[in-house]
Every structure is written in structure tokens, then in C-alpha cells.
Design a protein around this ligand. Structure first.
Ligand code: SF4
Length: 450
């Protein structure tokens, strides 16, 4: 049986599974976590710790049809300015709640996908984010379309210490761009790249999508080759997730124009082969990086992690989300802000954090989360580390992995110390991870497994 037939036989082309940017995933959060819980977790942060911040900015000038981000279109600056005031007030509340001496590891700005939605936040947007890095290891991720990356803005960002920019491409084919409601020529993107490089920003990221309407092998190859001409340091190659029950604007995209799941895998393989041939290192399930890039280094050093930003080399144990619907991660659990901007802003005006739900980790959550993250990052789980860090015994590990070896026998290698997914089995990684998930059941509301 060919590898593709084996993958089909194992259900890859029918499965809908989480992307595992968290465990448990956000749809399983409950109101058990509230502002009191959140304040307790903040107060347990020690003064010498590094934390990261994420600021959710849910406004776009125009909404792209393909996008599943939690965002709203506005032509007026007024709601954005009001929201910025809320963010500033929330930041000030957080500053007062944090102990002295906290160091900032990363600062991300962006728009994230709905809980059940498409891709990791930030990545879900892919519309010209800019990352700022200063000597204080502070990094800011902002997002906008390259059309709007005008010179004064870039000058301001460069003056603030911008060292990395990321351009949202999706696909360079004009017909595909029309169908997904996001028209942005190669020349516009190339000018944005020139602009960021002219301002001394040496590191460039780019996001492209496979599985778009009307996309075929030739079109995705052309897009990748054009992208390679821009020589990004890092590329995210995400599968387009058609989830109109999550993102209503996707109803504008005719489902019959979408490639079948089997063809999506082939599109990914076409793009993947071109990046690898050009010297990029594969990172996890959907990233490619130049060998000197931070993600490639983190992967080599076994420091690669996965969080709501997707893959990261950020070592901070605490990520605090600000703004409506933002999710924070603490060693104790997750806390999510009120999803609606009105409810969030109202709480901040009253001097309250708007946390409305979340999840408190059980000891079992922590080791299952570690296993899932290891699979998503390294395609392997080190059992010795589980024994050492969580005191798990062999029988608990064997019970956890037994369903995997039973269902995916030919796609994994299992020994006393390790579970490893074979290269042929890597497209199945989210399905394999789901077998470790005690909360999730196979559900149609997720995006497709490939
Ligand atoms: S891709 Fe970016 S600009 Fe387009 S709707 Fe999504 S967040 Fe807004």
C-alpha cells in the first residue's frame, strides 16, 4: 500500500482535529476560572521572572474573506482609539498587580483566531505583521496589510527598535486572491519587503496558505518561487481552514472551489519540497526556517515550544493576554478575557480584569500537555523526561500511548524510552496528539487534519 493510501486508510483525509496550540484546547474552558483566580495566578509570579505579553487588537480596515481571526472591520479610527485607551488602562492594572522586577520576554500584537477556528493567533492573520526586537529582548508583533505599511509607520517602528518583520502573502495568484477577498500584488509585497529592509530590519517572515480555492500544483509552486525571490528567513505554510460556522465571512468562498483533502496534502508537499531544496529547515508541522533562524536553533537545541502564537522559542512560563478574548497561560492554567469588546472594556472601566473562563491544570493535564507539545514540535516524546519531570511510572506511560501504537502501528516507533512518529506518519501528528487528549472528542467543528 502506498504511503498516501495508508494515510487515507488511517482517516487523515476525513479527520477534523485541534491544532493544539494549547491543551486542553480553548473550547473546553469553563467559567471555573474568574478574575479572582487570575489575580491569584498573577500574584504568584515571582519578581525575577520573565513574562510575555500578548495584546489583541480586533480591528481591520477591510475584512479578508478567508480570515478566521476574531476581528471587525472599521474605516473609522474612533473605535480603535477607544480600544487603545482600554488596553492602556488594562496594562496599568496589570502593572500594579505584578510584583516588582518582572522582565519582559516578548510583546506580541495581533489578531487571533476564534477558539475553534483556523490557525494559531497571529498566524491566522498573516497580513503583514511586524516584529519589534530591542536590546531588552522585547519583541512586538503587529499586523496590517502590506499595502498599509507606509513609510512613516515603518520609520516609527524602526525607531522603536524593529528588527523582524513578517509579511502576509497567502498566494500571489491574482485569481486566488480575488476568490479569498484579499488582493495584494507581488509588487506591493516586494515593496513592503524593500521598505522594512531599508529600515535596517534584517529578519523577514512570511505566511502563505495551501488548500486555497483554485490552487493547483503550478500555482503554489509559482507562489513559493516568487516568495523565495524575497528570501524570507522564516515561512509559515498553513493549511487554509474552511470553517464558515466559525468565521461567517468565509461563506463568500465557494466550497466547491476548494481542493479535496487528498489534494491539499499534495499541495503542501509541492511547497515543502521547494523550501527544503532551497535550504530551509522544516520546523514542526508547518514552518520552514533558514538554518540560522531562532526557530531552527531552538529546534536543534530541543527548545522549540508551541503556544497560542504557534511555534516559538520564547522560554517564558507566563504569557499574559490583554484585550478582548485574549488568553493568558500560567503554570497553574489558562484564563480568557471576555470575548466581546464591549464587555471587556466595561470591566476595565470598572477596574476589573474581564477574565470570564479558563481552565485549572490537573497534574494529569500537565504531563499530557507536555506529550502533545513534544509531538507537535519534535514528532517524538521522551519518556525519561516524563518520568523525571512528572514522576510518571512505566505503566501510566504505557497506558497513555497504547491507543496510539494500536491505531498507528506502522507510523510510530515505540521503545521503553521513546515514542517517535516516522517521517511517513508526520501528516498524522494532530490525529496522534488527539489520542492523548482527555477532553476532546472527534468533532466536525475543528479544521481538517491536513
Ligand atoms: S487577514 Fe489580517 S487584515 Fe485580513 S481580515 Fe484577517 S486580520 Fe484583518
Amino acid at each position: 500500500m502506498s504511503t498516501k493510501s495508508q494515510l487515507e486508510h488511517l482517516g487523515l483525509f476525513d479527520a477534523r482535529v485541534p491544532r493544539y496550540t494549547s491543551y486542553p484546547t480553548a473550547p473546553h474552558f469553563t467559567p471555573a476560572v474568574d478574575e479572582t483566580t487570575y489575580r491569584g495566578w498573577i500574584s504568584s509570579i515571582t519578581g525575577h521572572e520573565s513574562i510575555s505579553l500578548y495584546l489583541h487588537v480586533p480591528f481591520c480596515r477591510r475584512l479578508c474573506w478567508f480570515c478566521a481571526c476574531r476581528t471587525q472591520g472599521t474605516q473609522s479610527d474612533a473605535p480603535v482609539r477607544a480600544y487603545v485607551e482600554t488596553l492602556l488602562a488594562e496594562l496599568e492594572m496589570l502593572r500594579k498587580a505584578l510584583p516588582e522586577g518582572i522582565r519582559l520576554s516578548r510583546l506580541h500584537w495581533g489578531r487571533h483566531a476564534d477558539a475553534a477556528g483556523a490557525r494559531p493567533r497571529h498566524a491566522a492573520c498573516g497580513c503583514g505583521p511586524c516584529r519589534l526586537s530591542s536590546g531588552r529582548r522585547c519583541r512586538v508583533l503587529g499586523r496590517d496589510r502590506p499595502q498599509r505599511n507606509r513609510r512613516p509607520r515603518m520609520e516609527a517602528l524602526a525607531a522603536a527598535g524593529l528588527t523582524r518583520a513578517s509579511i502576509g502573502v497567502q498566494d500571489f495568484d491574482p485569481e486566488i486572491q480575488k476568490t479569498i477577498g484579499r488582493e495584494q500584488s507581488f509588487e506591493v509585497t516586494a515593496r513592503a519587503v524593500d521598505l522594512v529592509r531599508a529600515h535596517g530590519i534584517a529578519s523577514l517572515n512570511a505566511d502563505i496558505l495551501f488548500g486555497l480555492p483554485g490552487q493547483d500544483h503550478e500555482k503554489i509552486a509559482q507562489t513559493v518561487q516568487k516568495l523565495l525571490a524575497l528570501s524570507p528567513d522564516r515561512v509559515a505554510l498553513y493549511g487554509y481552514a474552511h470553517v464558515p460556522w466559525v468565521a461567517r465571512r468565509q461563506v463568500m468562498i465557494p466550497p466547491e472551489s476548494l481542493p479535496a483533502p487528498r489534494d491539499r496534502l499534495a499541495l503542501f508537499e509541492v511547497a515543502r519540497a521547494l523550501f527544503v531544496a532551497d535550504g530551509y529547515v522544516e520546523i514542526g508541522i508547518d514552518h520552514f526556517a533558514r538554518p540560522g533562524d531562532g526557530l531552527a536553533q531552538a529546534q536543534r537545541d530541543k527548545r522549540l515550544r508551541r503556544n497560542f502564537q504557534g511555534y516559538t522559542d520564547d522560554a517564558a512560563q507566563v504569557l499574559i493576554g490583554l484585550g478582548a478574548s485574549s488568553i493568558s497561560r500560567f503554570p497553574q492554567g489558562y484564563a480568557q478575557n471576555a470575548p466581546a469588546t464591549g464587555a471587556h472594556s466595561g470591566a476595565i472601566r470598572e477596574g476589573r480584569f474581564s477574565v470570564s473562563r479558563g481552565h485549572v491544570f490537573t497534574p494529569e493535564d500537565l504531563w499530557r500537555a507536555r506529550m502533545i507539545e513534544a509531538l507537535m514540535c519534535d514528532f517524538a516524546v521522551d519518556f525519561a523526561a516524563l518520568r523525571r519531570d512528572f514522576g510518571l511510572d512505566d505503566s501510566a506511560i504505557a497506558a497513555a500511548v497504547a491507543p496510539i501504537s494500536a491505531r498507528f502501528r506502522d507510523m510510530v516507533e515505540l521503545s521503553r524510552d521513546r515514542l517517535e512518529i516516522t517521517p511517513e506518519g508526520r501528516p498524522l501528528v494532530r490525529m496522534i496528539a488527539q489520542m492523548l487528549d482527555r477532553y476532546d472528542a472527534p468533532a466536525l467543528s475543528h479544521s481538517t487534519a491536513i
